[in-house]
Structure formats: C-alpha cells, structure tokens
Design a protein around this ligand. Structure first.
Ligand code: GP9
Ligand code: MN
Length: 712
C-alpha cells in the first residue's frame, strides 16, 4: 500500500517536472524564470547589502514585490524580438541590470547611499575616490549578483533548457508590458498609502528603493535630474542681477550694538525637532513641559524671540536647515537639499566659518542619506558629519527617526569634545517627531487628552526633548564650554499640523481655531544665548530665513556681501515680513493665511479693507512673491555659481568626506596638529564622565563603557 503511494507520488513528481521543463523550453517560460531569479537575487541583495530600514508587513511585502514590475518591463523588452536574439537580449538586459545593482552595492558600502546621476556626472572626485578604494571595499559575495545570469547561461549551454525559436506574438509582448505597468501602479499605490508624499517630498533615496525598487529609483532620479539640468542650463550670469538689486533695495542695516560680540566663540546650533513656540512656559499636568528650555528662554543673557515663524515647505527639516545656513528658501516642489544639494554652489554658514578658522560639524542620529545630507553638507562645507554609524549601538537606542535624544546628545558630546576650537556644531534632535513614539520608561509626563491620538503624545516627546537639552547644558557648564560658546536654539517647524484643528483648539483653550490662530501656530522657538549677551524677549516679526544674517552680525561677519534673503533680527529697520512658502505671510500689521487677511495685533479678520489697507497688503504680497520667486531662481538656476562674494573661496566638494574611518583619523590627527579641543586641553582625556543622563537605556552602563568606533 505504502509502496503504491510512493510509486504514485514518484509518477506525479515526474510529470510535474516534465511539465515544468516543457514550460521552461518555451520563450515565456524562460522569460518567467529570468524574472523570478532576478527578483530573488534583488531581494537577497536588498536584505544583505543595504540598510533600508524595512519595518512592518507592508514594507516587507513591497521589498520582495518591487523587483517584479521593473524586471517584467525591462527584461520583457526582449520579447519583442524574434528567435535566438530575444534570448540573448534577455541575458543582456539581465546582465546590465545586475551590473547596476553591483555598482550600487559598492557605492553604498562607501557612501551609504545609492548612485544618482548628479553624483556620476557632477563630482569626478567621488568616482575617483571610489575607483581608488574599489579593491579595498569589494567582497567576494558581491559577485553573487551575477549568479542568476550564470545559471541561465549554463542551463542554455548544456541544453538543459532548449531555445524556443518560435515567434512570440507582439500582442503578447505588449500584454506583458501592460502587466508590468499595472503591477507598478499597484506597488506605487501601496507604497503611497504606507508613506504618503514618497515621491513628492523625496525624503531619502533609501525610502524609494525600499518601496519601489532600485530601478524605479534610477528612473525617478533620472527624470528629476533632467528637469533640473534643463533649468540650470538656461540660467546665465545676468540672472543674478535682479536678485542683487532686490537684496540691495531691501537691505536692513545690521545692529551695530551687537556687531561682533560673539566673534571667535564656538557656535552651537541646536535643532529642536518639531518644537513649537506655544510650548515655551507652557504647563500641563501641573508641571512645565519644557523647564530647561524655558530657563534658557527666560535667562537675562538670552535674546529670545516670540514672533519667530517657521517658513518650511514640504522639505520640513531640510528646508529649515537650508534656510538657517544659507538664508535661501526651500522649494515648493519638495526638498531643495535633495534636488539641488549635491550639485549647486552654496555659500553656507559652515563654509563661511570654515574660512574663518572654525571646525564645522553636523550631528544627526539617523542614516546620512536622509534629506540627502551626505551630499548637501559637502556643498555647505561641513568638515564633519557625525551620523548613526559614529554612535554606540546601545540596546533600544533607536526610536522613529533615529537615536533617542538623551542618548544622541551624550553621544554627540563625545565628538564635540574632540572638535578643535572654535567650532560650529549643529545638533539635530529627532525624538519629538511625528508619530511621537516613546517607550514607557522614557515618559515622565501624561499625554494630552484631546482625544486625537496623533496629537496627544506630542507633549511627552517634547518633555523628553527638553530633558535631553537640560542634560547637555549641564555638560557644557561642567566642561566650561558654556563660557566660550554662543548657543542658538530653534524649533524647525510645527509638530501638530493644521489637519488637527479640534485638538489644536483644545490645546489653545479655544472653542474653534481661525486661520489667524493657525498662522500664529506656526511660531517656533528661536533664541540665542551667550554669557554676557544683552538679552530679553524681542518681539520683532521674523523667521528662519533671518537667522543667518543675525548670527553673522553677532560673529562680526558682514552679511551684506552674500546673497541672503533674510534680515538681521536685531536690526532696527527690518521690514518684519515673514513669507510662508505658499505665498501667505505674517507681518507686524497684517497676516494673510489660507485666503483670509487679518490684523496681526488684534487677530480680527479684515473683510472690508480700506484703500490704504488694500494697498499696504498688496505691497507686502508683492514683496513676498518677489522674494520667493527670486530665491527659487537662485536655487533652480544654481545662480550662486555666477556670484563671488569678496574674500569667499568657492567650496570644493571633493575636499570633504564623511567616511567613518577617514573622518575619525582626521579628527584624531587634529588633536595633535591643533590641540584646542576640550579633550586636548584635558590632557587628551575624555570628559564624558562629566555627562550625566538618566536615560534608562544606560542604566547599567557607565559612560566609559560606551563603545564608539575607533581608529588606530
Ligand atoms: C530626519 C529628520 C526628520 O532625518 O530630520 O525630518 P522631517 O520629517 O522633520 O523633515
Ligand atoms: Mn523636522
């Protein structure tokens, strides 16, 4: 009986195998085999050769699914050709796609990012460096990307699969292409539902590859680059003239009283993720939510601003960074740091200070490719970019957008202490970011009770962010860094979007929110602290675009020679116009938001404006529109390549690398060649023991036990 079943089973197996083999001997069968092998290979490479941050079942599914549409479409091209030729074409296309994957694997290993057209075309330096280090970074397993091609060739060579010379109907080839497009549409739909704004905001090349695949990323990048290049090719020397004319006409003289008061000091730019101004001095659950930041805000040596607005567009954090360090606006189509950060000429704060003898460094607890920072920072002239791989991997150290703030600030201190002084250091926090994820052991305040689940935990992550700032400040005090530093703190943009009106009303203690309330809800904290600084709360209306000229004046740098759209916030003849990215505005007199106009002081809507009001509002609107469009021209046309500020040396991107080993070696060497860092002054001993944190993740770990990567 058992034997009979066994024999039967054997027969069935045999027929199945025969059928499969018969199938593979047809052109369609061979095509499907090629596609499936390619998809498996891609999936294995995604898992083992890249760090895509795949989370949740949808992302896992899409990672396995996304090679199919591209493979069907591209390898399917071969089906339009006859006989043997179509087989060779399938193999050729497969080889080309595999080589592209291979190249990306190598590039990713060195730069934690995917190859883009601007990288390949723009910076020969990058490819040179890659060429040189190629042998060093190549691993035998990389060649496995060709495994499927070799298998297919062997199968054909040994006649295990026979070539089907029959004509494949064009109609069927067409159907296969259509199927590929439909599958891609399905893929895109699922991706967008999991991560809205995937293609419009282009946060990170990793995201596009994770959701849509390497091939789709390449096409996407190609289209964007072509559009971008076309605009740049048309731009010329004379296009900068109207910009310079506008800036000259609207120049506000810097405040002479503050000129150069921070000259030679270290500069800290502390990026308070999603922190809004209303949180300052705000109480909830019987306590201050941000007591440490409040203390800074209320201190007599802090200049704080209570009418300071975020001006970001879809590029959110990236727009804030771009504005703060360049005094140029982000673009309305998405992050300019992504579209233009790699190739454009910039005259940014890090480069300006670098040329004044500063060490410049940015710190961020996530992968370096997010918002294209790894490339844009080179254009900005950052000497160092300390991102995720520089920091110790402690258990549970990560939440949402990167390393949790308390751990991140302490990790950053490890490198801050090694920076030759004076330095310009930007620390980007992330924990207070939508969807405000925080584990229970880090929560020390109740969530709000507006009933809006998205909004309610915001107060908890904001509280956590504040604690991390408090801990960092203590360290600065202990090490004496506070005394010789100017500290700039700012909230990058709203945390609670306008989609949550009922919750906003509850938080503000109002029945209903008007557009005016929403406009005022765009205020973010901005403060500058330095021992001896004549402080106080300044009520001028301004925004992120104005930060750079303000800081430059404090550092004794003449901002008027640069193309910067902002005005010194401490100047007495500012126009006090805050342009929002969509053309709305706030000014000291009038506010226009969401199609309605208000009196800024009273918040009353202006329904029937007088002739004087109408013309005043029109004048402001004209300023706003002109300012935005001229800034866009500078960015889209890469106009700074035609402009040379006196005494400023153009940034050469090839001077910079954020490669872990190379950067650590450079930092180490600088301790001897320029022994001005906090650590060098402490006889080369780490000061990290001065850092105290109550981070639960470090409960049983001493600061000296934290494992930072090292070099010989
Ligand atoms: C990502 C982090 C958040 O690196 O800075 O970016 P956001 O979503 O706020 O623009
Ligand atoms: Mn942000």
């Amino acid at each position: 009986m058992n034997l009979a079943i066994f024999l039967d089973g054997g027969k069935i197996m045999k027929t199945v195998l025969q059928k499969v083999r018969g199938g593979l001997n047809t052109k369609l069968g061979f095509f499907l085999l090629t596609v499936v092998l390619f998809a498996i290979k891609s999936y294995v490479a995604y898992q083992n050769k890249f760090t895509l941050g795949v989370e949740g079942s949808i992302q896992k599914f899409l990672l396995a699914f996304n090679p199919f549409p591209a493979a069907i479409l591209l390898i399917g091209i071969a089906l339009y050709f006859r006989g043997r030729l179509s087989y060779w074409l399938m193999l050729l296309i497969d080889t080309i796609m595999s080589t592209w994957l291979f190249a990306n694997i190598l590039y990713y290993r060195e730069f934690s990012d995917f190859l883009s057209f601007s990288i390949m075309k723009g910076s020969g330096s990058v490819s040179n460096n890659l060429g040189k280090s190629l042998m060093g970074i190549l691993r035998p397993s990389d060649f496995l990307v060709y495994a499927d091609v070799i298998i297919l060739i062997l199968l054909l060579a040994f006649h295990l699969i026979r070539i089907d010379p029959r004509y494949f109907k064009l109609r069927f080839a067409g159907i296969i292409s259509v199927i590929a497009v439909v599958l891609f549409g399905f893929n895109l739909g699922m991706a967008e539902s999991n991560r809205s704004g995937l293609l419009t905001r282009t946060f990170d090349s990793n995201y596009i590859v994770k959701y849509l695949g390497l091939e789709a990323y390449t096409v996407y990048d190609g289209v964007k680059t072509t559009q971008n290049n076309a605009v740049k090719a048309k731009a010329s020397n004379s296009d900068i003239k109207p910009v310079l004319k506008f800036l000259k006409k609207n120049h506000a003289d810097s405040n002479i009283q503050y000129k150069g008061v921070a000259k030679g000091k270290n500069v800290f730019i502390i990026h308070l993720e999603s922190l809004q101004q209303f949180m300052i001095n705000y109480k909830w659950d019987g306590q201050e939510v941000t007591p440490n930041i409040n203390k800074i805000y209320n201190s007599s040596d802090t200049i704080a601003f209570d009418n300071f607005f975020n001006q970001v567009g879809q590029g959110k954090t990236a727009d804030a960074e771009l504005m703060l360090e360049n005094s140029l606006f982000g673009l309305s189509e998405g992050s300019a740091m992504v579209t233009d950060g790699t190739t454009n000429t910039f005259q940014a704060a890090p480069a300006i200070l670098d040329q004044k003898g500063y060490t410049t460094a940015s710190f961020h607890g996530d992968v370096p490719s997010f918002w294209n920072r790894d490339n844009a920072y080179k254009s900005f002239g950052y000497q160092y970019f300390f991102s995720k791989s520089y920091f110790p991997k402690v258990k549970n150290y990560d939440a949402g957008y990167g390393i949790k703030d308390k751990l991140f600030m302490e990790d950053a201190a490890n490198y801050v202490q090694q920076l030759p002084q004076p330095f310009y250091a930007k620390l980007i926090t992330v924990t207070n970011h939508y969807p405000y994820i925080l584990d229970k052991s880090n929560k020390s305040i109740k969530a709000w009770n507006t009933g809006d689940n998205t909004v309610d935990p915001y107060v908890q992550t904001a509280h956590y962010l504040d604690q991390s700032i408090g801990e960092f400040y203590n360290y600065l005090d202990k090490t004496g860094l506070r005394k010789n530093s100017m500290i700039v703190l700012y909230g990058d943009h709203y945390g609670i979007s306008n989609n949550h009106k009922p919750a906003i009303a509850k938080i503000l203690g109002k029945k209903k929110v008007t557009n005016y309330d929403l406009a005022m809800f765009q205020k973010v904290p901005f403060m500058i602290q330095m021992p001896g600084l004549k402080g106080g709360v300044n009520h001028t209306y301004g925004g992120e675009i104005d930060v750079l000229p303000t800081i430059e004046n404090l550092l004794g740098i003449d901002s008027s020679k640069y193309v910067q759209f902002g005005q010194d916030l401490l100047s007495s003849n500012r126009n006090q116009i805050v342009s929002f990215r969509n053309g709305d505005f706030v000014s000291s007199k009038y506010t226009k938001y969401g199609g309605k106009t208000y009196n800024t002081t009273t918040g009353k809507e202006l329904k029937n404006t007088t002739a004087t009001q109408t013309s005043a509002i029109a004048k402001i609107q004209k300023y706003v529109t002109t300012e935005l469009s001229l800034s866009d021209k500078v960015v889209n046309g890469d106009l700074l390549r035609f402009y040379k500020p006196k005494g400023f040396k153009k940034v050469d991107k090839s001077d910079y690398t954020y490669n872990l080993t190379k950067s650590l070696k450079r930092l180490k060497a600088s301790q001897k060649s320029n022994p001005t860092s906090v650590m060098a002054k402490n006889n080369g001993q780490s000061t990290l023991s001065d850092y105290s944190t109550d981070a639960p993740e470090l409960k049983n770990i001493d600061t000296s036990e934290l494992v930072f990567p090292t070099v010989k």
